[in-house]
Design a protein around this ligand. Structure first.
Ligand code: ATP
Ligand code: MG
Length: 312
């Protein structure tokens, strides 16, 4: 403020301005304090929110882990449910080589009585016995391969994986008079879990068998076709077992949904879970005089790219 201008101001006026400034200053300070209090309050609230958030995240994580554990248990349950069918098949597949071995062993006594046991006989006996033993070892390996869970995704041949399931199921198909047609050309390399895929195929084969038996179908036919789109290989399983009641079509993937007296209702629920886990999908529909179940698995190029995208 200029020196001359100041002289014009009366003492009074100076006092008024001074007290006015003081008042404003006090007001500002009060505002500042109130703002500071509000800020502290907000900070406390933010911290509380952060704690809630962290708890929520932890709870979500716990729920996800619980769900994963539940899905694993369901998967095990379904494997056990398919076990009955498998035991019947393994028993049958063992019977033939066991019969052959027993005939071979009985032959030794006879050969000895006729003085036929020489080096040539021993070679023949060993060779024939080993063929039968290898046959049994192969059967056991088929089943073990099937039951070994493989967590890691890899490239695998869809048709080989279907053949693995069919090898286990061959006796059931034969004993229930189911005619099977399986058309494919070449190797269709997909990306996913081959053992889990074989398990899905087995579920679908068992479902078809159940439907044939439940509806007492006479001329039982099951067709497997492998098609391809730009991104997927699609394995179609078509039966002529009468299909699914249309009002139930959208329920078949629900856990525990079953129309069978001793069904667990987990087969298709797990099929969907396994297929989606491979970035594939499953479609169930009625076609002709039966059902068509289509399993889509990403082709090896698509699958690897997808895995790469999720990583980066
Ligand atoms: N190929 C099919 N033909 C007719 N109905 C089918 C077929 N596949 C599935 N279904 C119907 O879908 C239902 C659900 O099948 P899902 O495999 O989930 O369970 P489930 O076979 O009843 O029991 P499980 O858990 O022992 O497999 C079956 O109960 C049946 O009604
Ligand atoms: Mg089933």
């Amino acid at each position: 403020m200029g020196k001359y201008f100041k002289q014009f101001l009366s003492d009074d006026r100076e006092n008024v301005m001074g007290s006015e400034l003081m008042k404003n200053n006090n007001q500002l300070e009060a505002n500042y304090r109130s703002l500071e209090e509000k800020y502290e309050d907000l900070e406390a609230k933010y911290e509380a929110l952060e704690i809630i958030n962290r708890n929520l995240e932890q709870r979500i994580q716990e729920e996800i882990t619980k769900n994963r554990r539940k899905d694993r248990i369901l998967l095990e349950q379904s494997r056990l449910a398919a076990m009955g069918e498998m035991v019947a098949n393994i028993g049958h597949q063992m019977r033939q080589p066991l019969n052959s071995l027993s005939l071979l062993i009985q032959d030794v006594r006879e050969a000895s009585e006729y003085g036929e046991i020489n080096n040539q006989y021993i070679d023949w006996f060993t060779r024939e016995s080993m063929i039968q033993i290898n046959h049994m070892t192969q059967t056991i390996n088929d089943f073990r391969k099937f039951y070994r869970p493989n967590i890691e995704k890899c490239s695998f041949s869809i048709s080989d994986s279907i053949e693995d399931a069919l090898a286990i199921f061959a006796f059931s198909l034969k004993s229930h008079n189911i005619r099977l047609e399986f058309e494919y050309r070449g190797q269709q390399m997909a990306f996913g879990n081959p053992n889990e895929f074989s398990q899905v195929v087995l579920n679908i084969l068992i479902n078809a068998l159940d439907a044939f038996v439940a509806k007492d179908i006479k001329n039982r036919q099951l067709r497997i076709i492998i098609k391809e789109t730009t991104e997927f290989f699609v394995a179609e399983f078509i039966d002529n077992a009468g299909g699914i009641e249309p009002s139930m079509l959208d329920k078949v993937f629900n856990p525990y949904f079953t129309t069978r007296p001793h069904g667990t209702g987990l087969g298709l629920y797990l099929t969907k879970m396994i297929m989606e886990n491979m970035n594939g999908k499953v479609i169930v529909e009625n076609k002709g005089d039966g059902a068509r179940i289509s399993l889509s698995v990403p082709k090896v190029t698509t699958g690897v790219n997808q895995a790469f995208n999720t990583l980066s």
